[in-house]
Design a protein. Structure first.
Length: 211
């Protein structure tokens, strides 16, 4: 039976920016891939699909996000309740903040994300699964940092945290998340270093010229 989309748990969005960007050497969330800092670009993008959108950050980042001069819109922050455990902390914080909601989680270091990818993920969403995620290029494992995490994933994530198992991807694999192919092979291009940033910029420029 196909689930009734009107009865799905409502969807919130969260942009994860709590990483230290050590390999990049400067904050990845501040790179202007699309004319504005990526944290705000993604938040604006998710506003079109989600009931509420939040920027997930370390506690010391909250004032810097909300007081930013280019912040012409009002962006809500979620201060991580779990520090120094990687993206698992941001996902757990979001799910515990509103446990009745599903969460569209996106990392700030995926510059190729756009409307096509979000539409496809939402259309293929299956709330009976712990999450719906794109398959990562090369290994076909589910990508946890661009995924819809359903409310019932919270108790599983809490159990994994209690066992000091902090890999969101491991959670998705172990609990059989729905894993789908991305509509564009470049969607999950990940940027962690200056070299990768230069390559991503050329890819974005090429897509713009190809329109």
């Amino acid at each position: 039976m196909i689930p009734d989309i009107n009865r799905f748990p409502k969807l919130n969005g969260v942009v994860l920016i709590g990483g230290r960007s050590q390999r990049m050497g400067s904050p990845k969330e501040k790179i202007r891939w699309h004319g504005k800092e990526q944290r705000f670009y993604l938040a604006d993008l998710l506003q079109n699909y989600c009931e509420s959108v939040y920027i997930s950050c370390r506690p010391e980042q909250v004032n810097e996000v909300t007081a930013n001069e280019e912040n012409t819109s009002s962006y809500a922050c979620l201060s991580d309740r779990y520090v120094d455990i990687g993206p698992m902390g941001g996902i757990l914080t979001a799910l515990e903040f509103q446990p009745e909601r599903a969460w569209l989680v996106t990392a700030c270091d995926l510059p190729m994300l756009g409307q096509e990818a979000i539409n496809h993920l939402i259309q293929k969403r299956d709330p009976r699964k712990i999450a719906t995620a794109f398959a990562s290029p090369g290994n076909n494992f589910p990508e946890p940092l661009f995924a819809i995490w359903e409310p019932h994933s919270l108790s599983i994530l809490q159990q994994m945290f209690a066992q000091n198992k902090l890999s969101p991807r491991h959670v998705l694999v172990q609990h059989h998340a729905l894993c789908i192919q991305a509509p564009d092979g470049q969607t999950l291009t990940n940027v962690n270093t200056p070299t990768e940033a230069t390559l991503a910029k050329s890819m974005i420029t090429g897509k713009g010229q190809g329109r």
